[in-house]
Design a binder for this molecule. Structure first.
Ligand SMILES: [Zn+2]
Length: 196
């Protein structure tokens, strides 16, 4: 039976690289895939999943409020798909995660989602909270802090490296940077305040 998968991590752990590699493995065996990523300022459907190591693939996009069950059903009506891959899954809404779960159960297609677990203030992203609740299988993609411990948290910094502790959960098009840290160093960098 098909399953809903969630692979989560902090920033710069190589999630998109893993997604692209897994999709490649399907296509190498002659099986078609359907890649979807979050729609930001690009026009609908004109997304791209790119990894920091220089590989990338064009992808369809999901927008706010878009019905992903209907989108997947429409795509499956065109030709068979062996697996659906979704990047930036932290930006899914709770409704959209349920739509993916229904697609897995009722259309019998595996859906592999990849996303960030926590925002820069240490809170779960809504899409990740719903995926942690609903996914059949979950896996943590690991990366390390500068101290060598596993990095589970992320700080947002300004261009000059100042750590930012306030601001919107999603900043698009700014000059913010992100650094992945273990919890102890995250607490040190953010002044050990309980986040809002
Ligand atoms: Zn550390």
């Amino acid at each position: 039976m098909a399953k809903l998968y969630f692979q989560y991590s902090t920033m710069n752990a190589g999630k998109s690289t893993l997604l692209l590699q897994a999709a490649h493995n399907y296509r190498e065996r002659g099986m078609d895939t359907y890649l979807i990523t979050a729609q930001f300022d690009n026009r609908a459907g004109e997304g791209r999943i790119a990894s920091r190591i220089g590989i990338g693939e064009p992808a369809d996009t999901f927008g706010k409020g878009e019905d992903l069950f209907a989108k997947i059903q429409a795509r499956l009506a065109q030709s068979p798909i062996s697996c659906i891959f979704i990047d930036e899954a932290q930006f899914l809404s709770k409704d959209q995660v349920w739509q993916l779960a229904r697609a897995v159960d009722d259309l019998n297609v595996p859906v592999m989602t990849y996303g960030l677990r926590l925002d820069f203030q240490g809170n779960l992203f809504p899409g990740s909270a719903s995926l942690l609740a609903l996914a059949d299988e979950m896996r943590e993609v690991r990366t390390i802090c500068h101290c060598g411990k596993k990095a589970t948290m992320v700080v947002r910094t300004s261009e000059d490296g100042t750590v930012l502790t306030t601001g919107a959960q999603v900043e698009i098009g700014g000059n913010e940077r992100y650094v992945s840290l273990c919890r102890r160093h995250w607490r040190q960098e953010t002044g050990d305040q309980t986040p809002e």
